[in-house]
Design a binder for this molecule. Structure first.
Ligand SMILES: *Cc1c(COP(=O)(O)O)cnc(C)c1O
Length: 388
C-alpha cells in the first residue's frame, strides 16, 4: 500500500516556525502554591500568572469546588439547554449580573468561548465590526466567524475610530465596536468613556472585554465600566479564570441581550455546561472579592511599587495602568536571554513573542500575594541583566 503523503507538509512548516524563533513549547509546572511554583527540581516565584487576587488556591474556592463536585459530580453531563443546567449556574449568573450592575449575565465554558459566541451571535454579513487592533484573538476570531466586515482601528486611537465610523458606518446595518478594558499584553486602559460616546453618536454597540480589569478596577472591583461610572447600555464580557481564580467566561448586559445569546450564541448552546466545581469556585470568588477589598488594595500597592522601582532602574516598560507590565528589550533573542536570566535567579516571567504580540517583550504580571522583597529582587535581576 502506498504511504499517504498528505501529512508531509507538517514537518517543513514546523521547521519554518523554528527558524523564525517562533516555536512554542509549554513549561511544565508540577506543584504550585500561591506564587511559588516547582519547575524541574527548582522553586520559582511566579510573575506571569493571571491570578491577580491570589484566589486560585484559596481554601474557600477549593472547598466550594469540592462540595459542588460531591453534590453534582465532576461534569455537567450536558449542554445547558438540554440537560446540564444546574442551580449553581443560575446562582453564578445572578452573582455576576449583580456585580456588574447589569440586568442579566450568561456563563460560558471559557472567556474565549464567551467572546467568540457573543460577537458571532450579534453581528452578521451586513454588519460592521470596528475592533481595536490589539484585541484578543478570541474577539478577532468571533468577528471572522460572524462574517461581518472587520476593520481594525489603531490601538486606543479615538480619532482613527471616529474617522472610520464617519466613513463607513452608514454603509452597514449594525455596527459593533470592540475593545478590551485593560489590554492583555500591554496593560494600558481603553478610553472607554470616549468610545461609548462615539458609539452613541454613530448608533453603534460596544463590547468591552474586562478579562484583566474585573477584580482589579472599581470600588467593588467589577472593572473599568464600574470605575468610570458608565451607565449606557453595553456588552460586557470577561473571564472567570483570571482574578476569579476559577475557569469559565461570561457576558453581562441587558436581559434582552442575554436572552438573545441564549438562543443564538453557538459556543454556549452546543457545548457542555461549565463544570459544577468551576461554577462553585467562581461563586466563592465573587463573595471573597466583595468581602475582602484589601486584596485589590494590596495589588495596587504592588503595582505602584513595581512601577517606581522600574523607573528608578531605568528599565524600559510599555505604558501601563494595571497589573500587567510589558518590559521590552528589543530583539527576540535579548528578551529570551533576559527571561532566561530571570529563570536562573528564581523568577518565572517568560518572553512573549510574535505573533502573540507585535514586538517581543517580557510580560510581568503582579498579584496581591507578591511581597515587596520579591518585587525588589525581580527588578534587581532585570537591572543586572540589562547592564550585561
Ligand atoms: C484570557 C483572555 C480571554 C480568554 O479567557 P479564558 O477564560 O482564558 O478563555 C479573553 N479575552 C482576553 C482579553 C483575555 O486576556
Amino acid at each position: 500500500m502506498a504511504i499517504n503523503q498528505a501529512y508531509n507538509w507538517i514537518a517543513p512548516a514546523l521547521r519554518t516556525i523554528k527558524r523564525a524563533n517562533w516555536d512554542r513549547c509549554p513549561i511544565e509546572i508540577h506543584a504550585r502554591q500561591s506564587n511559588l511554583i516547582e519547575v524541574g527540581d527548582r522553586t520559582l516565584v511566579m510573575f506571569a500568572s493571571n491570578n491577580y487576587l491570589d484566589l486560585a488556591d484559596h481554601p474557600q474556592l477549593i472547598a466550594a469546588a469540592i462540595a459542588a463536585t460531591q453534590a453534582y459530580g465532576t461534569g455537567s453531563t450536558g449542554s445547558r439547554l438540554v440537560s446540564g443546567h444546574l442551580a449553581l449556574h443560575d446562582q453564578l449568573e445572578q452573582g455576576i449580573s449583580q456585580w456588574k450592575n447589569t440586568e442579566a449575565a450568561l456563563v460560558f465554558s471559557s472567556g474565549y468561548l464567551a467572546n467568540l459566541g457573543v460577537v458571532a451571535a450579534i453581528t452578521g454579513a451586513r454588519d460592521l465590526i470596528l475592533a481595536d487592533q490589539y484585541s484578543h484573538a478570541c474577539l478577532k476570531q468571533g468577528a471572522r466567524l460572524a462574517g461581518a466586515e472587520i476593520i481594525y482601528f489603531h490601538h486606543n486611537h479615538l480619532a482613527d475610530l471616529e474617522q472610520k465610523l464617519e466613513k463607513l458606518r452608514s454603509q452597514y446595518r449594525r455596527c459593533l465596536i470592540i475593545t478590551e478594558a485593560i489590554f492583555s499584553m500591554d496593560g494600558d486602559r481603553a478610553s472607554l468613556a470616549e468610545i461609548v460616546q462615539l458609539a452613541e453618536n454613530f448608533e453603534a454597540m460596544v463590547l468591552v472585554d474586562e478579562a484583566h480589569s474585573s477584580g482589579i478596577l472599581g470600588d467593588r472591583g467589577s472593572g473599568l465600566v464600574e470605575h468610570l461610572g458608565l451607565q449606557q447600555p453595553l456588552i460586557q464580557t470577561g473571564t472567570l479564570s483570571k482574578a476569579l481564580g476559577s475557569q469559565g467566561g461570561y457576558v453581562a448586559g441587558s436581559q434582552e441581550l442575554i436572552d438573545f445569546c441564549r438562543n443564538r450564541a453557538a459556543s454556549w448552546i452546543y457545548t457542555t455546561a461549565l463544570s459544577p466545581g468551576d461554577t462553585a469556585a467562581a461563586i466563592a470568588a465573587l463573595e471573597l472579592i466583595e468581602a475582602e477589598p484589601g486584596r485589590r488594595q494590596q495589588l495596587w500597592q504592588n503595582i505602584t511599587l513595581l512601577k517606581s522601582l522600574l523607573a528608578q532602574a531605568q528599565i524600559p516598560c510599555l505604558p501601563t495602568d494595571s497589573a500587567i507590565f510589558g518590559l521590552n528589550f528589543g530583539e527576540i533573542s535579548t528578551n529570551l536571554a533576559i527571561a532566561q536570566a530571570l529563570n536562573q535567579a528564581g523568577f518565572f516571567a517568560p518572553a512573549i513573542r510574535p505573533p502573540t504580540v507585535p514586538t517581543a517583550r517580557i510580560r510581568v504580571t503582579l498579584n496581591s500575594a507578591h511581597r515587596a522583597d520579591q518585587i525588589g529582587q525581580l527588578v534587581d535581576v532585570l537591572a543586572a541583566s540589562i547592564r550585561r
